[in-house]
Design a protein around this ligand. Structure first.
Ligand code: FES
Length: 95
C-alpha cells in the first residue's frame, strides 16, 4: 500500500507526496518531474523510479504511460570506477 511517505525515488529520497505535489503544480511528464524535484537524477538515473513515477502521473492525469514516460538513458549504463575510465589497474593514493 502506498502512503504519502512511501519513497518512490530511493536515490534522491523522493516520496509519493513529493511526486503528487509536483503533478498538482502542473508537471505531467517524467522529464518535468525529474527537473523539478530531482526524482530520477540519482545514481540509477531513474531505472528504478522512472516507471513508478510514470504510473503515478498516469493515474493522476489519466494519460497513457507511453505519453508520460520517454526513457532517455545515457551512458555509462552502469556505475564505472574512475580507474576503469582512466585505463589503470592499480592506483596508489598519496596522502
Ligand atoms: S531511484 Fe530514482 S534515481 Fe534511482
Amino acid at each position: 500500500m502506498i502512503t504519502d511517505d512511501t519513497i518512490i525515488c530511493r536515490c534522491e529520497d523522493i516520496s509519493y507526496k513529493d511526486v503528487v505535489d509536483a503533478i498538482d503544480m502542473g508537471m505531467s511528464t517524467v522529464a518535468e518531474i525529474k527537473r523539478a524535484i530531482r526524482a530520477g537524477m540519482g545514481p540509477c538515473q531513474g531505472r528504478t523510479c522512472g516507471r513508478l513515477i510514470a504510473q503515478i502521473i498516469s493515474q493522476k492525469t489519466g494519460k497513457p504511460i507511453a505519453e508520460v514516460w520517454m526513457p532517455s538513458f545515457r551512458p555509462p549504463l552502469k556505475t564505472v570506477p574512475l580507474k576503469v575510465l582512466a585505463g589503470v589497474d592499480d592506483v596508489e593514493v598519496e596522502r
